[in-house]
Structure formats: structure tokens, C-alpha cells
Design a protein around this ligand. Sequence first.
Ligand SMILES: Cc1cc2nc3c(=O)[nH]c(=O)nc-3n(C[C@H](O)[C@H](O)[C@H](O)COP(=O)(O)O)c2cc1C
Length: 357
Amino acid sequence: MNALYGLGQALLHALDPERAHDLAVKSLELGLYPRQAGPDDPRLAQELWGLKFRNPLGMAAGFDKDARAWAPLLATGFGFVEVGTLTPKAQDGNSPPRIFRSARDAAIINRLGFNNEGQAVALSRLSGRRNGVVGVNIGAGRDSEDRIGDYVSGVASMSAVADYLTINISSPNTPGLRDLQAPEVLAALLARVQEARGKAEKRPPLLVKLAPDIADADLPDIVRVIEANGVDGIVVSNTTLSREGVKDAALAAESGGLSGRPLFARATRMLARVYMLTEGKLPLIGVGGIDGGAAAVAKIKAGASLLQLYTGLVFEGPKLIGGIKQALVEAMTNAKAGSLAPLIGRDADRGADATIT
Ligand SMILES: Cc1cc2nc3c(=O)[nH]c(=O)nc-3n(C[C@H](O)[C@H](O)[C@H](O)COP(=O)(O)O)c2cc1C
């Protein structure tokens, strides 16, 4: 069976990246995927925001944009899935080609631009859902004249079906979106979003997803605004506009957001800085360049309570999920820890100053 999935993996890599992605989602929908063999080690479990995570490894936003495959993704062994980014109305995104892969760099550049079927379709796919943790990542429409209004309506409509909500103000592929990270604008956005959440029947925890390209000097004010506005957690980070560490010149020349191995150091350093700034009081989701057990353990030690990945799965395949969980269990055994808690943020003070590799 594993050989079969290996063959599938090889075939996917021979295809255009976007076709390969669509096929991967289709295979999941059809049930053609490897299922997790046994239950997770109980030491991997955590309760955060009143939600029970059976393990800390999640599928990052952007893979299951339209909430088609969250159930199979959970069955492969992920502890949670973040669907989206979803905008209020369906939109096509940028013109193809818009996903570029380099096996040499274990990296992807994408400039999709929030292609999605819109919130109403995802809402119907998610309603009636009972088990597993599914977060909903929301964004603003490309041509929207009221971007803050798009987040407000996203919170109002998706709260009913989301275990948590992520406000995505960090995609590099919707022009001007990252301007919403400016402290004054962010404060206005969060106040309105919180007001909308207050009115919703169900009030899921609210997370903010940040870009790894925020200047060091700007980060403290942004974190302060996030804390002052009652946000429950931070996702660090989205893709980068930097091309640092990319060897493949053809890949580096493409415009869009870079993810995968070359993003790891940048995103992990920022994670450690956010952990230090929040004094470990706010749960953080560490994402960016996790491609194996060592990288996953480093993210936890830099301050992540939960992890997410996307690009690593493209290059390593589903065996990565079990491998990472195994490495986390070994790290707890070595530290004589009964849970991940004593490891979270253990190296954050070092990581905030240096590059963790
Ligand atoms: C093809 C692709 C599409 C993505 N789409 C989204 C998206 O819609 N919303 C979002 O918040 N992040 C999106 N991301 C970013 C990922 O969620 C993640 O933050 C980033 O890729 C870093 O993690 P990784 O190095 O493990 O891939 C996308 C990433 C990729 C590769």
C-alpha cells in the first residue's frame, strides 16, 4: 500500500503543481489516502481554548481552501485542519500558472490570490460537522471596497461552523492586504471583528495570522494591539516575499509568497520573538518550513503550542505526519515530560536573537 502511495506521489510531482494539488484533494475526497493506523500517543494531546486537540499537528490554510477534504485530512493523522482562505464571495484568483515548485529547495512560490468558492459554499460543507477540530481562515475580497467589512461579515457567517477563526491579513497575493497589519488599522479591524463575534450565537476563538516580513521594529506594536483587542492566538507565519536561501534561480524569479524549507529560519525566529513579546501567555501556531521531526521540535521549543504545515507535505508525502508525531513523542521522552507543555518556548529567548536551524 505504501509503495502505491509512493507511486502516486511520484506521479503528482510529474504534473503541473496546481493540477497535482487538485488531484490530491480529489483523491482525499474519494477516500484514496492512507489512514492513521492507531490512536495518537496521549502525551500529544492538549486542550486549548476549550478545544481538545488529539495531537498538535495541523494542515495549514490554503490546501483545503473550500472545505472539501477536512474529514479525510483528519483521518490521515492531522490533529486539526484550517480551511480557507475564504472570502465573502467566490473569486477566481490570479491567472495561472500561479504555483511553482522546486524540489532542490524543497520550496513553493504561490500567487494564487485567494481563489475560492466563497463562504456560503464552505458553510454548507461544514454544517452538521461533529468531531475533530476545524478552523476557518477568512480574508477580504480582491475587489472589495470595504475590506474590514469583509472580515466582519466573514466572522458573522462562519462563526457557527468554525472551531476557531483565523483573520488572514498576511497573504502577499492580494494587493494592499498586508497594510491591515499596521497598528492603527489593525486596532480598528479587530474592534469591529470582536463586535461581530460578540453578536454571533457561537463565539469561536479568534486568531490572527501574521506575515514573516514584518520589520523587527514594528512587531512589538502589532503584538500589543493584538493583545489589547482580546485576540486568542497568533499564527506565525504566512509565506514570505523574501527569496533568502533559495538556490533555484528560476523559482526565485517568480513573484508571490515563498514557503517551505527556506522560510523555516525566518518564521521560527519571528515565532520566538512573538513568544517573548507575549510572555508565553497567548497560544501560538508555528508554521513555516516544517519538513521533519527536528524542525517540528524546534518550532515547539521556539514557542509554538500547535504546528501547521503545507509545503513539507508536498515534498515528503503523508509519511511526514506520523514521522513528526513520533519525533515529538521522542522529544518528550528525552525531556522526561508527560506533555508538550514543558518544551513549549524553552528556547524562545535564544531563538528570538539567533537563527534557529
Ligand atoms: C499553494 C499555497 C496556498 C496557500 N494559501 C493560503 C491561504 O489561502 N491562506 C493562508 O492563510 N495561507 C495560505 N498559504 C500559506 C500556508 O498556510 C503557510 O502559512 C505557509 O505555506 C508556510 O508553511 P509551509 O512552509 O509549511 O508551507 C498557502 C501556501 C501555499 C504553499
